[in-house]
Design a protein around this ligand. Sequence first.
Ligand code: BTN
Length: 251
Amino acid sequence: MVLDEVDSTNAEALRQAHAGEVGPLWIRAQLQTMGRGRQGREWVSQEGNLYCSLLLRLDLSQGSTTGLSFVAALAVFDAAQACLADCDAAHGLSLKWPNDLLVNGAKLSGILLEATSAGAAGTGSVAIGVGVNVASSPDVAGYLTTDLSSCGSDATVDTVFAQLAGAFDSWLRIWRGGDGFGAIRSAWLERAGGLGQEVVVRLPNEQLTGTFVGLDDNGALVLRDASGNERNIFAGDLFLTHPPLSVGADV
Ligand code: BTN
């Protein structure tokens, strides 16, 4: 389903779920008037970029969404890699916990999962929203942004979406058919920025510094402090303190 304009493709997906749609269903829009980002932030949604959500019905009672945001991140990574195939910037792609895609430290794509509450049978719906900067990147306070066009790609919104949907299918099959989160975690860590390095994690009431040593079984970031104590972080903003130098990023 492709809409000219919508408040938010995630909001539309959840409305459709409440109206009885079970999916899988992709909802795309050329423009969002109230694009939603992580932690209640706005996702600036100018024309020319990709805004889409996949609506899925899942058993929410057994933590089955663990891994889904990492599945989405892997799919976005693969889609961007395909669209940047002939560009130097492809070598600068990395995932940033929990599910941002960066090019040389600048944000190319963001992902937002939103779920309905589980019903009596434990099932519920999840909207997996993906925004990819294709033609332009908004100025956002606090971090650098980039877009495929600035990185040298001539991919259109349609080609990016086709790559994303195909890659999503493949990773979803791996997640569902394999050892659950294990294979997804390994693949995600192979593409992750900051692993083994000193990072900063900003939480609502504190800021932590430590070494990013991995992900636990629930996708929480494992941070080791100078004394060797480990803490599992479930939500927060990660800052890579030693980002690679910018190449191909629109900074
Ligand atoms: C982030 O803050 O990094 C997550 C951004 C997610 C944006 C996408 S665009 C399509 C979908 N609809 C929304 O309102 N948000 C997500």
